[in-house]
Design a binder for this molecule. Structure first.
Ligand code: NCD
Ligand code: ZN
Length: 337
């Protein structure tokens, strides 16, 4: 069977961390993708120019000479126009976390009214808003309960590009078609898992993430939108590595580490559903259009060859550890244009 090729695949939601973990995981993304949107939820958060530049430099060092663009983001706080103008060319968006909803989000937003002046500035400067859309209600309802907030934002700031990050519900899929300025990312794991996989049998801490995987009908709505390459939906892995001791303990950290397996598993999934022709749009073309990106040319090839997912990458365990995937990433190269 001929290799399957993707042109400049992009990961539109990625946690690279810092220090040893950054140096471990960044090359795994840089091998497979042409670029990724890098999340700012570090401790302390990436919310000023000095922190942004030093984090970017650390990411560049970890990537080495791979063809891979780290698209940087800021952690949302009230910013002045001067601050935003100064940093505009170095970021692709600002990530808003409601306070306390996920890993390292304590410095997030407590009252939306306080965010509105900055959101108005972002609209004027054409800086996309990326949102972790969960209320602090009952865990299965948090995303659906957040839809009125998205509605308020979409109406109040009609020229602001709003990205609903890592959507997990049929309500979010339906919401995509309601406002021209609303887009979304979806992960690989939310296309294949439901809450049953996380907690229906023996507890699976490596599948525990925020937002939690939902019901079969939610997973099916997400999968149908991805397989049909819904034009407002982008792939964002939300690959969120935590060391094994933080996952396999009381008080398990939220996050699934998918970066090294995401693309081969997506090829397998789209092939299984006879939708391989739509994968290019889902993992790259939609994002280029929505974010007005032009990623570096990078052809990534896959061969159909059953491959076992490694049990671990040093201190972190990948999604699907020990399982067999039907495709393997074989090579990457510059596209001849
Ligand atoms: C992410 C992390 O660990 O940084 N965790 C997760 O469960 N997805 C944060 C986030 O994206 O919510
Ligand atoms: Zn995330």
């Amino acid at each position: 069977m001929a290799p399957f090729q993707l042109q400049s695949p992009l990961d539109m939601h990625l946690h690279l961390r810092e220090g040893d973990l950054l140096n471990l995981v960044a090359p795994l993304s840089a091998r497979a993708f042409a670029g990724a949107v890098i999340m700012p939820n570090l401790v302390p958060p990436v919310d000023n120019a000095a922190r942004l530049d030093s984090y970017r430099a650390a990411v560049d060092t970890a990537i080495g000479d791979a063809v891979f663009e780290p698209y940087m983001t800021l952690f949302f706080r009230p910013y002045t126009a001067d601050e935003l103008e100064a940093m505009r060319s170095r970021i692709v968006g600002i990530k808003l976390y409601p306070a306390g909803v996920t890993t390292n989000s304590e410095a997030g937003v407590r009252a939306l009214q306080e965010a509105e002046p900055t959101l108005g500035l972002m609209q004027e400067l054409d800086i996309p808003l990326l949102v972790h859309g969960e209320s602090n209600g009952f865990v299965m309802d948090r995303e659906a309960e957040f839809m009125p907030v998205y509605e308020h934002l979409a109406r109040t700031f009609p020229r602001l590009r709003i990205v609903m990050e890592h959507i997990t519900t049929r309500q979010a899929v339906a919401f995509l078609d309601r406002y021209a300025n609303v887009f979304a990312t979806v992960t690989l794991h939310h296309l294949v898992l439901t809450l049953d996989d996380v907690a229906g049998g023996l507890l699976a801490p490596h599948l525990f993430c925020k937002p939690i995987a939902k019901r079969p009908e939610d997973r099916d709505a997400l999968l149908a939108a991805a397989l049909s390459a819904h034009p407002k939906l982008m792939f964002g892995s939300d690959s969120a590595p935590h060391p094994q001791h933080s996952k396999e303990c009381a008080g398990c950290a939220a996050g699934v580490f998918t970066a090294p397996v995401a693309l081969p598993m997506l090829v397998e999934l789209f092939e299984k559903h006879d939708a391989l022709d739509n994968l290019q749009a889902f993992v790259s073309d939609n994002a280029r259009r929505i974010y007005s990106f032009t990623p570096a040319p990078k052809a990534v090839s896959f061969v159909k060859e059953a491959t076992v997912v490694p049990q671990r990458y040093a201190t972190v365990l990948p999604f699907g550890a020990g399982k067999t995937v039907a495709w393997r990433l074989s090579e990457t190269g510059q596209t001849l244009v």
